[in-house]
Design a protein around this ligand. Structure first.
Ligand SMILES: [Zn+2]
Ligand SMILES: [Zn+2]
Length: 176
């Protein structure tokens, strides 16, 4: 399984991100994950992206150009107020810190105090994990989330996940 990251603007990955992500994934049996920066070509594509066209198509074009037999997952970090932030707010109104863009790309653009939590939250979406909050009901926690510090809840600064998140990851690991 491949996970790429692209650091836009001055917003970088939290130093503990990869460690904490691997810890969560390994708890669910997803051990071997390859984490690397995007290559120059994808970096240029993100850099030149107009902020309007479907952002996921950047990855799909890359897959076509390289005849890849897998779709790389990409976490983009960027500043508040960036083109990624503006695009995400338009796609998902409650996306104040970050957003999964319903495809191979997630974006995280929170302030530094929430960076690690946001980057973990948005990365877990790339592994098919759902939010533990109901955006149609005041972003309140869903019943299946039994951990009040679960990072998949809304606005939660944490590195913990609930048993429901682990179960979703385990279901994924049994399919690969
Ligand atoms: Zn989310
Ligand atoms: Zn949860």
């Amino acid at each position: 399984m491949k996970l790429f990251f692209y650091e836009a603007d001055e917003n970088t990955l939290a130093s503990e991100w990869a460690v904490e992500l691997r810890r969560i994934l390994s708890k669910a049996g997803l051990g071997a994950i390859d984490i690397a920066p995007v290559d120059e070509e994808l970096a240029v594509a993100f850099n030149q992206w107009d902020g309007i066209t479907d952002i996921n198509s950047l990855v799909y074009h890359y897959v076509d150009d390289h005849n890849l037999d897998y779709i790389p997952l990409v976490l983009v970090t960027s500043n508040e107020g960036s083109k990624y932030h503006a695009y995400s707010k338009q796609e998902v109104g409650v996306a104040d810190w970050g957003c999964w863009l319903a495809g191979p790309i997630s974006v995280a653009y929170s302030t530094p105090s929430a960076s690690l939590a946001t980057q973990l939250h948005e990365t877990l979406h790339l592994f098919n994990v759902d939010d533990c909050y109901d955006k149609d009901n005041q972003c309140l926690p869903k019943a299946q989330c039994a951990d009040e510090n679960c990072v998949m809840r809304y606005g939660k600064v944490s590195n913990q996940v609930c048993s429901s998140v682990l179960a979703q990851l385990r279901a994924l690991s049994s399919n690969i």
